[in-house]
Design a protein around this ligand. Structure first.
Ligand SMILES: N[C@@H](CCC(=O)N[C@@H](CS)C(=O)NCC(=O)O)C(=O)O
Length: 268
């Protein structure tokens, strides 16, 4: 089992300090202290809420190992969604890289379905990015990444229509148009409500959609020489904004991994 220690990026740390008003601490105190998870300690009624620091071990996350570069993160968009959530919430974590082509016994014993991502919370291994991100939101509510329920399905058909088009061998079967329809709907939505799906702030629905758009961009570019039309300027700008965040650059798969990861679907 390979393990990679990950701490939140410098920006994330400084955002944490700002968010929890810790910037008054002497710089040396913060830098020589292990990254800690801030928790809110509630005082009795009518008194101010205070912030205290509680030492916390990094969270353990099982992720796909790269198929092209040993000991590197692989290309799973569901895993990236979980890692993005950890980064945006400034939570430290350790990666446990799993070779999914040759699943080890220790992994199968904690993941009956044999799938990543998997996270250890309160001594229990939890599978599925939907469940994991919901559990993280409940356990670590600040900063909030909650998406209002009425916006949670925005863009939700893009991934399946992308796969349909990617696998298609018949240019006139309507799969390209189906994808374009979904991207056009997202473009109109972002034009009215953006820059993020929930408006000014990034939220869980963006962290789910962005890794899928990243895969779409690379895989369709490589296998079909296709790119999102320039006319969908709000989608393009949305992707650019999210792809350039520290959380995204730190957790994204390598381009070659994405290409190799989709090869069986294209050739199969
Ligand atoms: N619904 C799951 C899907 C997870 C998933 O499909 N993971 C893939 C990697 S991207 C996997 O572990 N595949 C291994 C296998 O099916 O053997 C989630 O949201 O976490």
């Amino acid at each position: 089992m390979s393990t990679a220690k990950i701490s939140p990026s410098a920006t994330a740390i400084s955002a944490t300090m700002k968010h929890f008003s810790l910037s008054h601490l002497p710089r040396r105190t913060f830098l020589t202290t292990r990254i800690r998870t801030p928790v809110i300690c509630r005082r009795p009624r009518n008194q101010a809420v205070t912030i205290c620091l509680k030492a916390s071990e990094p969270l353990q996350v099982c992720v796909k190992e790269s198929s092209t570069t040993p000991s590197k993160l692989g290309d799973c968009p569901f895993t990236q969604r979980v890692l993005l959530t950890l980064e945006e919430k400034h939570l430290p974590y350790d990666l446990k890289l799993v070779d999914l082509r040759n699943k080890p016994e220790w992994f199968l014993s904690i993941s009956p379905e044999g799938k990543v991502p998997l996270i250890k919370l309160d001594e229990k291994w939890i599978p599925d990015s939907d469940v994991i991100t919901q559990a993280l939101e409940e356990k670590f509510p600040k900063p909030s990444l909650a998406t209002p329920p009425e916006k949670a399905a925005v863009g939700s058909k893009i991934f399946s229509t992308f796969i349909g088009f990617l696998k298609s061998k018949d240019p006139s079967d309507g799969t390209e148009q189906a994808l374009l329809d979904q991207l056009t709907a997202l473009n109109s939505y972002l034009e009215k409500n953006g820059p993020f799906i929930n408006g000014e702030a990034i939220s869980a629905v963006d962290l789910s959609l962005a890794p899928k758009l990243y895969h779409l961009d690379i895989a369709l570019g490589h296998y079909k020489n296709w790119s999102i039309p320039d006319s969908l300027a709000y989608v393009k700008s949305y992707m650019k904004t999210i792809f350039s965040r520290d959380s995204f650059t730190k957790t994204r798969a390598q381009v070659q991994d994405v290409i190799e990861g989709w090869r069986p679907k294209v050739e199969g």
